[in-house]
Design a protein around this ligand. Sequence first.
Ligand SMILES: Nc1ncnc2c1ncn2[C@@H]1O[C@H](COP(=O)(O)OP(=O)(O)O)[C@@H](O)[C@H]1O
Ligand SMILES: [Mg+2]
Length: 396
Amino acid sequence: MRIILFTGKGGVGKTSLAAATGVRLAQLGHRTLVMSIDPAHSLADCFDFNTDLFHLETSDPLQINDKLSILELNIQREIKRHWQEISSYVSSVLRTTGISGVEAEELAILPGMEELSAMMYINQYRREHRYDAIVLDAAPTAESLRFISMPTTLDWYMKHIFPFQRNLLRAVRPIANRVAPFELPTDNYFVNIRNLFEKLEGIGEIMEDPRTTSVRLVTNPEKMVLRETQRAFVYFSLHGLTVDTVIVNRVLPAEVMDTWFDEWHRSQENVLQEIDEYFSPVPVKRIPLFAHEVLGKDRLQELAKVLYPADEDPLAVTRTDKPYTFEKRDGIYEIRVLMPFAVKGEIGLFKKGDELVVEIGTLRRHIGLPRSMAMLRPSRAKLDNGVLIVEMQEGQ
Ligand SMILES: Nc1ncnc2c1ncn2[C@@H]1O[C@H](COP(=O)(O)OP(=O)(O)O)[C@@H](O)[C@H]1O
Ligand SMILES: [Mg+2]
């Protein structure tokens, strides 16, 4: 099973591109699911579907044709299904601080729940061999980018904190509940977290395997949008996902001759050049601005033809470069982390147990070190052409 993840700033065209990819894949005979995890859903609209019919109380994908289904993830429904225990505990704690019921429930929707729910479905479908391809339409905000690190974070939590916390709480609950301003989490809460964890097991590796998961970054030929695309690229690289294509959507066609657009042509050309240079060797595709919205199946097909010219297979694995590698050179151990655009000052680096912790801005990535390197310490780090090279040596 292949997972193709489209992400980009709001309005750049990710839903249209994800849907067009789904249409093409189905045509090629692949059993395909297009799944939206962007809370600003427009997937059903994009197929020109009657959305009144669509928002039924079910999480079953909606079948468009014999090979193609779509699913818009509804966070309220997901909470009822998977997160009830956790979110009702969080909202009960919030209520003790004087926050009203409804507001507490709103706040108890933790960032990343939508994405984690999506991963549970992906994992389930993978185990059931239900689809050949899952196309994801994902929001790119800092919050939701964090979801890509969640499986590893959860894994870490389950190994290090969970057993300890649970035992501790078992011991103190009878006394603590008499004095604490709010109830401590029940044992159910922990059972629930463990169930969730089991549903997510293995998904981290799936997302990091470039033969399974490819990220396609969608952008527009505008400076403001480009900055956000670069930031997304760094985060995905850091979290071990492989970006195999950058898609520049809405490029003004040369046929547009009106002088009103002269300045647009010039600035787009500059940004396009900048994009090619920045993302190289990742291939950049250009999609023109159409004379109309991309609405309904015919228009999606038209977009798919431009996106996948000739016989290009949207599932082809074109890049397998690992965003980070471990090597031993001349007696010195080296970790190489692809970090395009990162500047030195922004990178934090330290060792914690058998993990190397790399920080960029507010994000943090635990890189589990191979056994042979677990006893080593980072001795030197340098940034070389977008690659962070960390030297590890034996030391105190
Ligand atoms: N290349 C294009 N030419 C013309 N309209 C486009 C193009 N790509 C997307 N659109 C339109 O732009 C709007 C936003 O696209 P959408 O795919 O919903 O963006 P996103 O999912 O990134 O928010 C939609 O109305 C869509 O039909
Ligand atoms: Mg969208």
